[in-house]
Design a protein around this ligand. Structure first.
Ligand code: NAD
Ligand code: NA
Length: 395
């Protein structure tokens, strides 16, 4: 069985390989320092990328019971289902082997009904209070509780931005363009990827009185080096992230009553389903990977999230470290001047013929495949997967 990729989107996945990928993350946290942190955690956007890594770090590195919310498809008449679906099922298996509670809501995170169902579960079966909410949703659409459907647009402000990027499907470098967004598109992107929905979660949870004293909440964000600002920070996604950063301060004030805190966490750029979708950006990731691996600074989702929980959010002395804007900076290695200077030197050498060797294209591809359970050692990929078996084993 082979991975099928269309454009930069994976179209299939391999459950056995996904299990290996989860086990690899579990093995990492189990051998890298115990987290003395939250025991009851809600992760919104739990099935892949940063959300899944947060859940694994907290459960297997800190013994936390977890609730996950995600939007995924299981195996059935319409196909074999999404990688995130299997990640949830496999995470649950491993968690229950450890005697940990792992509950999943496969539901729309933007819906008040989902929020209410989660609250009911917390009150009836999860001990009544939670210590931490991780908000890690990446989505292109949001159905607002008032019935409005918002779409996010990946675009820039001002003039169109063109640059070299690559397509995973053809493994070719192509010129990619981010078009300017209209004011409406900008506002809509903020509605989808800004902080409003995060705040709605915390407000409803707080009103239901399910937040423990000293409660914390984090949402993930990106800023990046100046070379990427035209396409990210100063574009539509950046506007949404700026809104998210302001929302962190609003939620933080809201939580004073229970001595709680809210933080936006600036993460490093890495390979996920969501980041592969951004034009031009993956090429930067390959250059960054090359440099960070050479300097032995490379981190994937699990290293980032384990370090976040261990050193930043739940440090031994209890003091959360932030920058002057109250942001938690997990992009500290990525933004080191020596790293960015080296990336810039590589960027000047990139051509359509050499981009695979100038940057760490092989590493990018390996991580992308791993997200979908491919390319894992010890997995037999020779047989096609049978839908009936998948339904029986993973539904
Ligand atoms: P991802 O695609 O791997 O994960 C997104 C998660 O959101 C999945 O669990 C998915 O099921 C869930 N989701 C999407 N729509 C949903 C809905 N309507 N209801 C419920 N769940 C839904 O993405 P990721 O890269 O891990 O991104 C998570 C966050 O981290 C985003 O805010 C992203 O901007 C941020 N971030 C990513 C990077 C990066 O380089 N990948 C860097 C910094 C910050
Ligand atoms: Na996530």
């Amino acid at each position: 069985m082979k991975p099928i990729i269309q454009g930069n989107v994976a179209k299939n996945c391999h459950p056995e390989g996904l299990l290996k990928a989860i086990d690899k993350q579990i093995a990492y946290v189990e051998s890298h320092g115990e987290i003395y942190g939250p025991k009851k955690v809600l992760v919104i956007g739990a099935s892949s990328g940063y959300g899944l890594a947060s859940r694994i770090a907290l459960a297997f590195g800190g013994g936390a019971d977890t609730i996950g919310v995600s939007f995924e498809k299981g195996p059935g008449e319409k196909g074999a289902g999404s990688a995130g679906w299997y990640n949830n099922v496999l995470f649950q298996r491993r968690a229950s082997e450890k005697g940990l509670i792992a509950k999943d809501f496969i539901a729309d995170a933007f819906s008040d009904t989902t929020r209410q169902n989660v609250i009911d579960f917390i009150q009836q079966e999860f001990g009544g209070k939670i210590d931490l909410v991780v908000y890690s949703v990446a989505s292109g659409i949001r159905l607002h509780p008032d019935g409005t459907r918002y779409h996010s647009t990946l675009g820039v402000r001002g003039q169109a931005f063109s640059g070299p990027g690559f397509e995973l499907e053809s493994q070719r470098m192509v010129e990619q363009t981010l078009e300017p967004v209209t004011e409406q598109q900008l506002a809509d992107t903020v509605k989808v990827m800004g902080g409003e929905d995060w705040q709605r979660w915390i407000t409803m949870l707080e009103q239901a009185d399910v937040l423990a004293a000293g409660f914390k909440t984090v949402a993930y964000s990106y800023i990046g080096p100046e070379s990427t600002w035209p396409l990210y920070k100063e574009g539509s996604l950046g506007a949404a992230k700026a809104h998210l950063h302001n929302t962190a301060d609003e939620i933080n004030a809201q939580l004073q009553r229970i001595s709680g805190n809210a933080y936006a966490v600036i993460c490093k750029a890495l390979v996920t389903k969501a980041s592969a979708f951004i034009p031009v950006f993956p090429l930067y990731i390959t250059l960054l990977y090359k440099v960070m691996k050479q300097k032995r600074l490379h981190e994937t989702c699990i290293e980032q999230m384990h370090r976040l929980m261990l050193d930043h959010l739940y440090p031994p002395l209890g003091k959360v470290t932030t920058d002057a804007q109250r942001l938690i900076r997990m992009d500290d290695y990525e933004l080191r001047p020596d790293v960015q200077n080296a990336v810039e030197l590589l960027r000047r050498q990139v051509t359509a013929d050499n981009f695979m060797v100038i940057g760490d294209f092989a590493g990018y591809l390996q991580e992308f495949h791993e997200l979908n359970g491919f390319g894992m050692a010890g997995v037999d990929y020779s047989d096609e997967l049978d839908i009936h078996t998948l339904v029986k084993e993973y539904s």
